[in-house]
Write a protein that binds this ligand. Structure first.
Ligand code: CDV
Length: 306
């Protein structure tokens, strides 16, 4: 079976940009992807606003202006309408308020404009308080709870689709839990700054680690991965691009070249996974879960330097 998919990378979104402006950009890229024949489009993490967790925001009203209370809401409805008109499904990342709980969320919307899946980010990186001495703050732990939905996989026609969000892509457990549910395609969005974390890290490394994680995971879990960045200089912080579609061979099939709004697309041969699933990664025959106890029993290795 062939599945034509697209990834819609976004350039920066300014703090002052409105939802209407962001949604118009998403609609334009949906149109572009559909025009090329794509049936699914992956948008970035927090695709409706700037990456607000880079700031300490104490004003509740301002903070809540970055969150969605309903999906679709008045301002996001046009994206759903456009998807239905074009007959294209999509993944969308956004900040969700559910009662008094806040999550970093993604949804899977089918080609009739219906939400068929929801995921809430599990690996929440960064800190709850801003850290002295770090040029880039990353305060997701201040604003988001750990997701409570696990890593579900959804049936979308003949394709089993899973989702994760940004930092999740660095953790092998993310993919293996979905691999064990026979996932065919994992969609994910990310916002990754250059220069976060280890001080003095060479500037090329974040992009290298991005592709390293995606390529190894697609191969080891015999699935396609569609990964969409928010890229470019957003509010003074450089965000990596490198949005891509990765094959179960571990190869990058296609990659964005710009750090701006850019659609990339690829006709995926879904049978590429079969050779691996039937042999080297035949899970039932070769996995040895009796030796993997530590993965669920232990959280860390107690060798953390801090
Ligand atoms: N949005 C993210 O989850 N960003 C992290 C940063 C903090 C490194 C990432 O893993 O890319």
């Amino acid at each position: 079976m062939k599945l034509h998919i697209a990834v819609a990378q976004m350039g920066p979104i300014a703090r002052s940009d409105t939802r209407r402006q962001a949604v118009a950009r998403l609609c334009d890229m949906l149109e572009d992807a559909a025009g090329r024949g794509a049936k699914w489009v992956t948008f970035p993490e927090l695709a409706l606003t700037t990456f607000f967790p880079r700031w300490t925001i104490d004003d509740t009203q301002e903070l809540e202006s970055f969150f969605e209370t309903e999906m679709p809401g008045k301002e996001t409805q046009p994206l759903f309408d456009r998807a239905r008109k074009l007959g294209v499904g999509f993944y969308l990342g956004y900040a969700e308020i559910a009662g008094d709980r806040r999550f970093n969320t993604s949804i899977l919307v089918d080609s009739t404009g219906n939400i068929i899946g929801k995921y809430r980010k599990i690996h929440i990186p960064g800190d709850a308080q801003s850290q002295d001495g770090y040029p880039i703050q990353h305060l997701e732990k201040r604003y988001f709870e750990v997701g409570d939905l696990g890593f579900p996989v959804f049936d979308a026609g003949d394709t089993r689709i899973g989702m994760c969000i940004c930092n999740d892509r660095r953790w092998p457990e993310t993919y293996r839990v979905m691999g064990l549910q026979a996932v065919d395609l994992i969609m994910l969005g990310y916002n990754t700054p250059t220069g976060y974390g280890r001080l003095g890290e060479p500037r090329h490394l974040p992009l290298h680690h991005n592709h390293l994680s995606l390529q190894a995971s697609a191969y080891q879990n015999t699935c396609w991965i569609a990964a969409a960045a928010k890229a470019g200089v957003e509010e003074g912080i450089h965000m990596i691009g490198g949005s891509c579609i990765v094959a179960p061979t571990g190869e990058i099939a296609v990659q964005a070249l710009s750090e701006d709004d850019e659609v990339i697309n690829y006709v995926c041969d879904m049978s590429l996974a079969d050779g691996y699933r039937g042999n080297i990664f035949h899970f039932e025959r070769h996995r040895r879960p009796e030796h993997y106890r530590a993965i669920v029993d232990r959280v860390g290795s107690s060798r953390s330097p801090f």
